[in-house]
Design a binder for this molecule. Structure first.
Ligand code: ADP
Ligand code: MG
Length: 340
């Protein structure tokens, strides 16, 4: 599903490669943690998977496609198969929760009827039932990240890439986010999550690929963060000791007791772990949609919503959704900025 063959990446103007001869393969349906200290190359790996960067050496295959062979013009279509979540949420501040999530579907020309069904479904799945008309600033950090996750998966991508999605959240809130990601993975979506937070990695017993200075130093099937972890647990100094709670998903996650929780936001998120997210009867995505579907459907050409605001256009580009009329240039030349 994702294959790196002897990938090296050296950024212009640097004298040390960010990644040096990295090879690994991620199978369909896997949940993989990419761990390592700051600067070890995690974000670079994710950007390479998205074809936001090109490798200096080596070949990358994603969903059976050689990324080196995808033309700039086809990159937005390729990206429709990948959902992306960032540490800093990146919501459109002047749009409601509903509009933020609908945005993805509008840009690729989905019908209003489709959007009206899909958006409430995905909001429910991420635990945001009843919050559709809120503005981002009316939400806690954990809730904002849930919106960003809803936006990333509403188009049923085959792969979800998450770059430090809990990096700005306290441990209790993060536990809720991890439960959502686990639910998405259980629905068949392959998840690759970059993090340096040992807690979840240790608890979730998923595959762990550890990078150190651009090299893979560990690739463990059911790993914890392990003794090689160079980074201490984050925010432990300000947060009370979490208790381990077993969620309905079978995952043991640390949850800070509500009475001692450090913030209102944390309390809100403790109240909505996976156990309380109403379980949809069906997986949230079908696993068999071919990558070429986005390329073949005439609907992708009939863009109904053309982002006008620079922030919308830039976001559309990041999400792999090109606005109508902005095609024609080299994608890499657009103002998409690096993944932090
Ligand atoms: P991580 O996400 O693990 O913190 P990154 O992939 O962001 O690591 O960075 C790996 C290395 O590459 C670091 O040394 C970083 O400074 C460097 N790097 C990342 N992006 C760029 C860039 N756009 N230009 C130059 N150097 C970069
Ligand atoms: Mg990073």
């Amino acid at each position: 599903m994702i294959r790196f063959d002897h990938i090296s990446k050296q950024y212009r103007g640097t004298n040390r490669p960010a990644l040096g001869d990295v090879s690994f393969e991620v199978q369909r349906g896997e949940f993989v943690f990419l761990v390592g200290a700051s600067g070890s190359g995690k974000s670079s790996c994710l950007r390479l998977m998205l074809k936001e960067e090109r490798p200096t050496k080596g070949k990358i295959h994603v969903l059976g496609q050689d990324l080196g062979a995808i033309s700039s013009r086809k990159v937005p279509y390729f990206r429709r198969n990948l959902g992306v979540v960032f540490q800093d949420f990146r919501l459109l501040p002047n749009k409601t929760v509903y509009q933020n999530v609908a945005f993805t579907l509008q840009v690729i020309g989905k019908s209003r009827g489709y959007i009206q069904e899909a958006v409430p479904d995905v909001l429910k799945m991420v635990g945001l039932d009843g919050k559709a008309q809120r503005m981002p600033h009316e939400l806690s950090g954990g809730e904002q990240q849930r919106v960003a996750i809803a936006r990333a998966v509403v188009n049923k991508p085959q792969i979800l890439l998450a770059d430090e999605p809990t990096g700005n959240l306290d441990p209790a809130t993060s536990a809720g986010i991890m439960a959502v990601l686990e639910r998405i993975n259980a629905g068949g979506t392959t998840v690759v999550m970059a993090t340096h937070e040992a807690h979840f990695v240790d608890q979730m017993k998923k595959r762990v690929i550890e990078l150190s200075q651009g090299q893979i130093v560990r690739d463990e099937r059911h790993g914890g963060y392990g003794v090689t972890a160079a980074i201490p647990l984050v925010k432990q100094a300000v947060a009370p000791e979490p208790e381990n709670v077993t969620l309905a998903t079978g995952v043991v996650v640390p949850v800070v007791p509500a009475a001692a929780a450090p913030s209102e936001a944390a309390v809100q998120d403790v109240a909505a772990p996976a156990a309380q997210i109403s379980a949809p009867d069906e997986p949230i995505r079908d696993n068999v949609r071919p990558i070429t579907s986005a390329l073949n459907l005439p609907e992708v050409l009939a863009v109904q919503h053309t982002p006008q605001h620079p922030a919308e256009i830039s976001l559309a580009a990041r999400l792999g959704l090109r606005a109508n009329g902005t095609d024609g240039g080299d994608f890499e030349d657009q103002n998409v900025g690096p993944v932090k």
